[in-house]
Ligand binder design. Structure first.
Ligand SMILES: *Cc1c(COP(=O)(O)O)cnc(C)c1O
Length: 388
């Protein structure tokens, strides 16, 4: 068993960086190893008196490989319990699958594309009433809530691919007054910059594929809850029974990635801020979308609910339209043309091509995921790609 061995410092005595760097300081009891072993067993021995005192029965539901990464996530989010999933989508959809047919849910018009797609096809097909609204407007949220019938408000902030900002605390208050839970897709800010549970959210979802792991080499997701609830117990059952369970090796890789989370996120934030400022007044750039720029939507809210930076994601709108935007992406050498985000390597993507009809992305928009390369190299590469 990997477990805390030395008496841990008093709760709250350590900064989150210290908790992450040592993955809570757990040590394997059998070997004194400072990194955990990888357990691959799918099944666990039943005691002779027919009990399961280990607390584990079968690996679709229980896996010792989850204990340490889930405990670390819980500590970083300030939550009651965490659950790892086989992907960010498996985590997000588990929240909706825990609801009942006929339940009303609010979700943003601007959000992670695959989830929006799933909501408007499968979730509605199963009888959820999904309403997409402008989550940047507190008044719109208030008007759309149906007290007693709205069971969940889903938000994402800053939201793909326009980096629109939603006020977590204000939305939580409205949702709770109407008897609904608030869930936040907080993949982009990571727990380094935003802790939605402390702002009143009930559940936080993270695509661990992105910054938490940070090396573009595994697909994983996580949910963390502020408190136990009927909905949370149903979410646990969805994972155990539907089986969107993470593999042991992936859980181990994720824990390794999280040890450097704070370093990577701070580096990406600092570079993203510099890139945003550099290209804000560039003649070949129509607009820079980044919550860290004073003129951008939601800057003041972001300043209040994000600590230490505005994230590593931004978008630029190329002057000269769609064809020019695609040509700019084609000319980059250091920036890699690929989807996804949150890795050590910087990525550039023409979002409208990916999202297709109905996308909120203007045709000239290029989404940038800033990695941890030297910022001067990233700026120089974009400069040469933008030059006509
Ligand atoms: C990637 C991503 C997801 C989905 O995560 P997967 O691990 O790819 O399933 C959800 N939300 C956001 C904001 C993402 O970036």
């Amino acid at each position: 068993m990997t477990a805390p061995i030395d008496p841990p410092p008093a709760p709250g005595a350590l900064h989150p960086d210290s908790l992450a760097a040592q993955a809570l300081g757990w040590v394997d009891e059998a070997t004194r190893a400072v990194t955990p072993p990888i357990h691959v067993s799918t099944t666990y021995l039943r005691d002779a008196d027919n009990q399961y005192r280990s607390g584990r029965v079968y690996a679709r539901a229980d896996n010792p490989a989850f204990d340490q990464p889930e405990a670390l996530l819980c500590a970083l989010e300030g939550g009651h319990q965490a659950l790892l999933f086989a992907s960010g989508m498996a985590a997000a959809t588990a929240v909706f699958q825990a609801l009942q047919p006929g339940d009303h849910v609010l979700a943003p018009k601007v959000m992670y594309w695959s989830l929006r797609n799933w909501l408007m096809t499968f979730a509605t097909g199963w009888g959820l009433q999904v309403e997409l609204i402008d989550m940047t407007s507190v008044a719109d949220v208030q008007a759309a809530l149906r007290p007693g019938q709205t069971k969940l408000v889903w938000i994402e902030t800053p939201a793909n691919p326009l980096w629109s900002v939603t006020d977590i605390a204000a939305t939580a208050q409205l949702a709770h007054a109407a008897g609904a839970l608030l869930a936040v897709d907080s993949t982009v800010p990571t727990p380094v910059l935003t802790r939605p549970l402390a702002l009143g959210a009930d559940i936080v979802m993270r695509a661990a594929t992105k910054y938490l792991n940070g090396h573009s080499d595994l697909i994983a997701g996580a949910l963390v809850t502020r408190a136990d609830s009927d909905t949370w117990q149903r979410i646990r059952k969805v994972r155990a029974q539907v089986g969107g369970t993470l593999g042991s090796f992936e859980a181990w890789l994720l824990l390794r990635g999280m040890r450097t989370l704070h370093l990577r996120v701070r580096a990406a934030c600092a570079s993203a801020q510099r890139i945003a400022e550099h290209f804000a007044a560039h003649p070949q750039v129509l607009a820079v979308l980044y919550p860290g720029l004073p003129g951008c939507q939601g800057h003041d809210v972001a300043k209040a609910q994000m600590q230490g930076g505005f994230g590593g994601m931004l978008s630029i709108r190329a002057a000269g339209g769609e064809a020019h935007a695609i040509a700019v992406a084609a000319r980059t050498r250091l920036w890699k043309r690929a989807t996804s985000l949150g890795g050590t390597e910087s990525l550039i993507e023409h979002r409208a091509s990916v999202e297709g009809a109905g996308t909120p992305a203007p045709p000239d928009l290029l989404r940038l995921s800033v990695g941890i390369e030297h910022v001067d190299d990233l700026i120089a590469d974009l400069e040469q790609a933008l030059a006509r």
